[in-house]
Design a protein around this ligand. Structure first.
Ligand code: PLP
Length: 425
């Protein structure tokens, strides 16, 4: 095959992805099965292609007020939601700088690579980030990276903090690097049981709009999310959902902030505007994606959550039939959004991914940080369906065999059996 380095932007979604460095596959769709960015539906792409309008004009306010209200529904909150023209990392920073002061002590649970990165960011901001994790190793990787957040460890730590030096507890809801979706209500209960005043900050960047998430009911103070996962949009928008307690904390928090500051945004958002230029076309896409998610004919948010649970179950049926380990070792917190597949000792998971990408035009998530080379991730989120997933699972099965992995049985067969015997909505 000839190498080429072409850029075909802009391009319609049914055509090849741009900026190919190889031309292995001149026809058909690429299978983007990473746990975000997830595929963007054509309907959303079309909405984003509409002309950009004046962000200070009257039509814009209608759009602004609609997406702000839509996002309150998605977060299941009655309180303000901030929409930033930034990736998820920006919203991580926004949550911290609006609620905390230099040197503040924060308790950060290490459930995987994203929790680790958030901790690094907090440290760079000048916070005293204390790491808490499930101890020990499990099959050669940190045990904490194979489980959900252990709320009892947080409770014990907070009880020992009698002077209330800890100002915030930070946890990741859906850990995209491992495939574990933690029980946030249990973390809230742990904080309450310790009678501790710390704020609860939760990263649901890859959980929102795929897994049930209840900002108000679970007593979360700041929820953080992004556009490129369950919301089926390109990267470029991120969110903070606030609680009254978080807004109160922001009035005295002393970390430097300007672009991220909530106060001006809250004021201007009341009329559907932003202090700086919002990403208008992504907001068209957000409005369209929310209409798709809320569509009562398709069952709205509850049906969206059910779809993800079912895809995850079918995917796990496949992994179990291969005889490989699912990275999340705690079934109660299996992620509806992605499944981490551990390769046998001595098999480089990235080499398997490379075969799958080159031979079958399917992108899978790489192992991140401490699990690099030990696992790959199958994303099953957003604009997905049974056949997309069966195709991705067949790419995995062929790739694993080509890499010389001895499989116990056919995962494709098990996924087909599961999906055909469990009707979806
Ligand atoms: N947190 C989680 C759980 C994520 O999955 C990601 C990205 O995948 C991030 C944070 C970082 O967000 P971004 O890459 O959009 O800045």
């Amino acid at each position: 095959m000839q190498k080429s380095a072409i850029s075909t932007l802009p391009y319609p979604s049914h055509e090849r992805r741009p900026m190919l460095t190889t031309n292995f596959h001149p026809t058909g769709r690429h299978y983007l099965q990473i746990p975000g960015p997830s595929p963007v539906p054509d309907r959303v792409l079309r909405a984003m292609s509409l002309p950009t309008i004046d962000h200070r004009g009257p039509e814009f306010a209608q759009l602004g007020l609609k997406v702000l209200a839509d996002m309150q529904k998605v977060f299941q909150t009655k309180h303000p939601v901030m929409i930033y023209a930034a990736s998820g990392t920006g919203a991580w920073e926004a949550a911290l700088v609006n609620t905390l002061s230099p040197g503040d002590h924060v308790l950060m649970y290490e459930s995987g690579h994203f929790a680790f990165l958030w901790n690094k960011l907090a440290t760079r901001l000048g916070l005293k980030a204390e790491t808490i994790a499930h101890p020990g190793m499990d099959n050669g990787v940190p045990a904490s990276w194979r489980r959900g957040v252990q709320a009892h460890l947080i409770e014990e730590r907070l009880k020992a903090d009698t002077g209330h030096s800890i100002k915030a507890v930070c946890v990741v809801h859906n850990e995209t690097s491992t495939g574990a979706t933690s029980n946030i209500a249990a973390v809230r209960q742990a904080i309450d049981a310790a009678k501790h005043p710390a704020l609860l900050l939760v990263d649901t960047i890859s959980g929102l709009a795929s897994a049930d998430y209840r900002h108000d009911d679970w007593g979360v103070d700041v929820s953080i999310s992004g556009s490129q996962k369950g919301l089926m949009l390109p990267p470029g928008i991120s969110f903070n959902a606030l609680s009254p307690k978080a807004i109160e904390a922001s009035k005295t928090a002393k970390l430097s902030k300007a672009f991220w500051a909530w106060d001006e945004m809250i004021e201007m958002n009341k009329n559907g505007y932003w202090p700086s230029t919002p990403n208008t076309n992504l907001l068209y896409g957000l409005s369209e994606a929310c209409d798709m998610i809320f569509n009562p004919a398709h069952g709205g948010l509850p049906a969206t959550f059910a779809r993800h649970l079912r895809w995850a179950e079918g995917t796990r049926a496949a992994v179990n039939s291969w005889g490989l380990q699912i990275q999340c070792a705690e079934p109660a917190v299996y992620s509806p959004i992605l499944t981490g597949v551990m390769t046998p000792e001595g098999v480089d998971a990235d080499a398997v991914r490379k075969i799958i990408y080159e031979r079958f035009d399917c992108s899978l998530g790489t192992g991140l940080g401490k699990v690099k080379g030990r696992m790959f991730r199958i994303g099953h989120l957003g604009d997905c369906n049974d056949l997309t997933l069966i195709a991705a699972i067949s790419a995995c099965e062929m790739g694993l065999k080509l890499a010389g992995v001895k499989l116990a049985g056919s995962g494709v067969q098990s996924a087909m059996d599961y999906f055909s015997s469990h009707k979806g909505n």
